[in-house]
Design a protein around this ligand. Structure first.
Ligand code: C2E
Ligand code: MG
Ligand code: MG
Length: 736
């Protein structure tokens, strides 16, 4: 069977099988258990990569492999004609089409009629950011299922894009089927029919038309208003525009999908189609057409979309869908005087502390119960979202009265105050709530989020367990951590981080022995942001795990690269800082092992730095960790030594390789004996334990001299060098 579908490509028998599968209810999206109960088996994917360079093919294959599941096969076609051949002989789930040169003949390929319908993911690898928007709209216009930027690609990213594209194509086919059915039999079908007498404005609706919306034969009058007044406000302009375009003769027929309010107040998705009749002079006199109910397809589409954007713990929408609804609410509030909304940020008080004391699993269970209580406090049409970690965002529609919002906030506060029974324990918690309303004239969802976040923070500062309504002066409060969190999350996705390397020198000879890798955030609108500003938030939010993984990998890669530049026999060391969250991540060891293997690191060249508090707080994990590290020849140093725990007993439990003497003790060195007391103690402790010592933060010659005299072997500090970018290190090594 060959028919042409609206995208201009031919449908083949394979397509029909695919759409049969769709109607039978088995969609893809096989990744997460909670998402698609329909298909029990995980399906393997076969995708075709189109691009001349084998390196690109290898890279994408590797990326997809790294995702691990499901099984993915990536075939390679070097150009369009090979691709067309491959697509005609083999069934592919998707095409990854890489464009390196902006002039490449991409559109010819999409329009090729011999190619069966398959989602094409356009990967922009031209690196030209100026014309990106143009290429994006062109690619989508020409039929790309999705547009991806090469530099932002990651395995999970493409995998999600592929699944999304496949699903869209299937849904599109399902909708096409509805349209084709319509073309075959309008009258005999289930569709409603309407006729519009343009002179009088009278409109007649068939019985089926009324039934679709749940009305009886006599319930609607013969007026066009019965239709237009039921159209969803967001669709009305589009519908009118489509009718006008057709009536004015610019479009051969009217066809528009929109939502209509049924008798029970809910909206149904329908497609309205029609044609105009004109008199001898060409004036429109009458229009007739049909109404098709597409709600089931729409609902399914929506459900799939929403499920993939749901938080599995609480079954609530995550951040992105919430922001979309909020944007929509802002648009409606700006367009209609009688529409309003209220937003609340509900932030669980001292959640980290609670999780540490009752255990993380119990804390998660508690969050899921709390989520259910929140939902029970609002009306069915309102939105509650797990906005991130222990923060829930709530959107109340048609509430703009602060008093009314405050009542609901109070209801929430009380409901959360009830005891939680989790895993055999009774737990209590409270929430701090920030609130703002559409009355403030918002244009931007981010502003709303920042404002409720600031108000919630204020509630926390004032002693937790309370509501604060946003006031403009809160906006000026220092960069809210929430805003920072949003930006940081994006930064991790886009990898806006860089490493600086601070040389570590042997104090006696002044010889360079290695580096400490220190991370920086290249913020798009600010100067380089230093880790002190963002590491604590990355820690709190867990973002430190992906970030730290990148730091470790990048620093190790550099170490291997620089070591290879040295004369034989010479080595370099690289110190990398680890946070508590990373150490608690069971995958860390595996990663370190694979780095050691991949880069063939010499023993003792990679040094991990942990602060005393991280060591002590994660004692059990660290103990196992250190033994495993030792086997792999990776060293462990105590950072900022002397500032943390007064008890030194842990040093006997953990066989660390060295102590970094905190800058605070080095600062005090002025050449006198008294000033050296602390440093001397630490040095003799290190000697007794048989471990190394490095002094941090050496800024003056007097400090360096005194450290040498005290027998401190190594140091780092501005006196020798600030942390420098990789290319400067390279130059340094070349000079020798
Ligand atoms: P740290 O590990 O104790 O690193 C030493 C800090 O002292 C660095 O600050 C370094 O730039 C600074 N410093 C070195 N010499 C001098 C000096 O002579 N004078 C002064 N005033 N400062 C000096 P930086 O780069 O801002 O890093 C701050 C802290 O952030 C680090 O302290 C470390 O705890 C953390 N950090 C940095 N990179 C990472 C990372 O990749 N992961 C994790 N988890 N933490 C990191
Ligand atoms: Mg350090
Ligand atoms: Mg330090």
């Amino acid at each position: 069977m060959t028919e042409t579908n609206p995208t201009g490509r031919r449908r083949t028998d394979a397509d029909d099988t695919a759409s049969e599968v769709t109607t039978a209810g088995s969609g893809p999206l096989p990744r997460a258990r909670h998402r698609m109960p329909i298909e029990p088996e995980r399906r393997s994917l076969r995708v075709l990569f189109v691009g001349p360079a084998p390196e690109d093919h290898a890279r994408l294959t590797e990326m997809m492999r790294a995702v691990g599941s499901p099984l993915v096969t990536v075939d390679h076609a070097v150009d369009e004609s090979h691709a067309v051949e491959a697509l005609r002989s083999t069934h592919y789930d998707a095409v990854l089409y890489l464009v390196r040169d902006a002039r490449q003949g991409w559109s010819r390929f999409v329009r090729d009629r011999r190619v069966p319908a398959v989602p094409i993911l356009y990967i922009d690898s031209t690196g030209r950011s100026q014309t990106r928007a143009l290429r994006r709209s062109q690619a989508l216009h020409e039929g790309a299922a999705c547009y991806l930027l090469d530099e932002e690609l990651s395995g999970p990213h493409i995998e999600t894009a592929i699944h999304g594209a496949i699903e869209r194509l299937r849904l599109q086919k399902a909708v096409n089927e509805v349209q084709e059915r319509f073309a075959l039999a309008v009258r005999g079908s289930n569709d409603g029919v309407w006729e519009w007498l343009l002179d009088s404005g009278e409109m007649h609706f068939s019985r089926r038309w009324r039934e679709l919306l749940g009305y009886g034969v006599d319930e609607l009058s013969n007026s066009a208003d019965e239709w237009f007044e039921r159209v969803h406000p967001a669709d009305l302009l589009g519908l009118r525009a489509d009718l006008d375009t057709h009536l004015a003769g610019h479009k051969a027929y009217h066809e528009f999908e929109h939502r209509l309010r049924a008798s029970d107040g809910t909206y149904r998705w329908v497609i309205s189609r029609g044609v105009v009749q004109r008199d001898a002079t060409g004036n429109p006199v009458r229009m007739a057409g049909s109404l098709t109910d597409t709600s089931n397809y729409r609902l399914r589409e929506q459900k799939l979309l929403e499920e993939s954007r749901q938080d599995p713990l609480t079954n609530l929408p995550r951040r992105e869908p919430f922001l979309e609804r909020l944007r929509n609410a802002i648009d409606l509030a700006n367009a209609y005087d009688d529409y309003s909304f209220t937003v609340m940020m509900v932030d669980v008080d001292r959640f980290r502390w609670l999780a540490d004391s009752i255990g993380h699993r119990a804390a998660e269970t508690m969050l899921s119960i709390l989520a259910r209580r929140l939902v029970a406090c609002v009306r069915p049409g309102d939105t509650v979202s797990r906005f991130g970690g222990d923060k829930f965002a709530v959107l109340l529609e048609n509430v703009d009265d602060v008093q009314q919002g405050a009542l609901i906030a109070e209801r929430i506060r009380r409901s959360v105050g009830e005891p939680f029974e989790v895993e055999g324990q009774t737990v209590y918690t409270t929430v701090s709530i920030g609130l703002t309303t559409s009355g403030r004239g918002y244009q931007d969802a981010e502003d709303v989020i920042n404002d409720v976040g600031a108000a919630a923070n204020r509630a926390k500062e004032e002693g937790h367990d309370r509501l604060r309504i946003f006031e403009t002066k809160m906006r000026d409060d220092a960069l809210s951590s929430l805003r920072m969190e949003v930006a940081l999350r994006q930064a991790v996705e886009r990898n806006e981080f860089e490493l600086r390397y601070q040389p570590i020198v042997e104090l006696r000879a002044g010889k360079l022995t290695g580096f400490e890798a220190l991370v920086r955030w290249r913020h798009p609108r600010r100067d380089l942001v230093s880790p002190g500003e963002f590491i604590p938030i990355a820690e709190q939010t867990g973002l430190i795990v992906p970030l730290g993984r990148w730091v470790l990998r990048e620093a190790t890669r550099q170490l291997a690269e620089w070591t290879a530049m040295l004369p034989p026999g010479r080595t370099l060391t690289m110190a990398v800082n680890l946070s508590g969250r990373q150490v608690a991540d069971p995958r860390l060891l595996e990663e370190i092992q694979s780095l050691v293997d991949e880069y063939g690191l010499g023993r003792g060249t990679l040094k991990l730095e942990l602060t005393e508090s991280v060591l002590v707080k994660n004692a059990d994990v660290v103990q196992r960790f250190i033994t495993d590290l030792k086997e792999r020849g990776v060293h462990l140093w105590v950072d900022d030594f002397g500032t943390g725990y007064s008890s030194l007993s842990y040093l006997h439990r953990f066989p660390v390789d060295g102590l970094k003497i905190d800058k605070a003790f080095v600062d005090g060195l002025d050449g006198t004996d008294q000033s050296a007391a602390m440093v001397r103690t630490i040095l003799s402790l290190a000697e007794n334990l048989g471990v190394g010592a490095i002094a941090e933060g050496i800024e003056q010659n007097v400090q360096a001299d005194q450290l040498r005299a005290l027998g401190c072997a190594s140091g780092q500090g501005y006196l020798f060098s600030r942390p420098i970018p990789a290319d400067e290190v390279q130059a340094l090594l070349v000079q020798g």
